[in-house]
Design a protein around this ligand. Structure first.
Ligand SMILES: Nc1nc2c(ncn2[C@@H]2O[C@H](COP(=O)(O)OP(=O)(O)OP(=O)(O)O)[C@@H](O)[C@H]2O)c(=O)[nH]1
Ligand SMILES: [Mg+2]
Length: 354
């Protein structure tokens, strides 16, 4: 899957067409007045939040865009044609900044939302506008105003309600696949997931949530280890993080260490992420022996820190109903009702690759 979530492009609006200097020339009318038409306006540059667009990969090869210029005015009061607007489609969740100053420009989140980035240059006025009582034959017209140019950074921050985080192999993609129609790649090895995946979970007739599965984190991610923290921007807009921990192998202390390592990395990325509500999912309970007390011990330690948790088997479905119940019960606390990120979700987007 071709996925690109940040790109710098240059956009330019169209130049205005020049106004025309012309005089009426008709049989039997020897000294016709000025009839030079105005130049057409240049086209605008418009950003369009397009729900059929899932990443910025369309901008991978082409980085420079220009709207159409206005045509010059003509004789006989003919106004020049306006230049065509340039419409740049972007995925929902695209943040636009001035690439030179870093200044925020726009955030496109609603399907069909348009943002006028650059207005086209105005067309120049034709000579007919310059006739006065003393100068009935003006030989001047305005030139068109040139378009504007701007270098912008487009940065996609996916829209999702729930972010799935955890070490590689914890079972994030397995959970996404079990809850939603998304078919992310799943593998028994670290870093199976290389790009974020979204899926929609319908909870009842009128409530659904979007989950974002991002590539696994490891200790040192904040220093660039593994895939680093570069995908965390895609869970910045979520209301809650589900932190998955594989409880099948390490002893209770080891699992708790894994937990703290990931918490540290999230904190290194941003305080906002570290302070987001979270639910710990103790995953792969199906691999534990019956009567094993590990999950309960880990759970107790988490509760002491005020951390909410449940046991789960993303693979076998154990705990999944409880998880859905918790999502509904925490609907308001996790701010799941606000933004409608669902419209930014592709139907089914299987992640492909070897
Ligand atoms: N037995 C068992 N295996 C699981 C469970 N959840 C996930 N697995 C297995 O664990 C392995 C890793 O699962 P993934 O869903 O790819 O893990 P991930 O967290 O997405 O991993 P990355 O994409 O590398 O970050 C796969 O072999 C899954 O089948 C579970 O509840 N029980
Ligand atoms: Mg994965």
């Amino acid at each position: 899957m071709d996925f690109l979530d940040e790109v710098v492009i240059t956009a330019r609006s169209g130049d205005g067409g020049a106004g025309c200097v012309s005089f009426r020339r008709e049989k039997y009318i020897p000294k016709g007045g000025p009839d030079g038409g105005d130049g057409g306006d240049g086209g605008c540059v418009i950003l369009l939040a397009d729900k059929t667009c899932h990443s910025l990969s369309d901008y991978r090869s082409r980085r420079s865009f220009k709207a159409g210029s206005g045509s010059p005015g003509g004789g006989n009061q003919c106004t020049g044609r306006s230049g065509d607007d340039l419409i740049l489609p972007v995925p929902l969740g695209t943040v636009v900044e001035n690439a030179e100053t870093g200044e925020f420009i726009a955030d496109l989140v609603q399907a069909g939302e348009r943002f006028m980035l650059l207005a086209g240059g105005q067309g120049g006025k034709g000579n007919r506008h310059f006739a006065t009582a003393t100068n009935r034959a003006p030989r001047m017209a305005q030139p068109g105003i040139p378009g504007d140019e701007l270098k912008i950074r487009l940065s996609l921050k996916l829209l999702a309600h729930i972010g799935l985080v955890g070490l590689p192999n914890a079972g994030k993609s397995t959970l996404l696949a079990s809850l939603t129609m998304a078919r992310p790649k799943i593998g028994n090895y670290p870093f199976t997931t290389l790009i974020p995946n979204l899926g929609v979970l319908d909870l009842d007739t009128d409530r659904s949530v979007v989950l974002a599965d991002v590539p696994g984190l490891i200790e040192g991610a904040s220093e660039g280890r593994g895939l680093g923290l570069r995908f965390l921007k895609h869970i910045e807009r979520t209301g809650v993080l589900f932190h998955l921990l594989d409880v099948s192998e390490a002893p209770a202390e080891g699992v708790l260490e894994d937990y703290r390592r990931i918490r540290n990395e999230l904190g290194a990325y941003s305080r906002a992420l570290a302070e987001k509500p979270q639910l710990v999912l103790l995953n792969k309970v199906d691999l534990l022996d019956p009567g094993e007390t590990k999950v309960a011990r880990i759970g107790q330690a988490l509760e002491k820190e005020g951390v909410q948790w449940i046991g789960l088997s993303a693979l076998k479905g154990e705990g999944v109903q409880e998880l859905k119940r918790l999502i509904l019960a925490n609907w308001d606390a996790w701010r799941l009702g606000g933004l409608d990120p669902r419209q930014g979700v592709p139907e089914i987007r299987p992640e492909v690759g070897g």
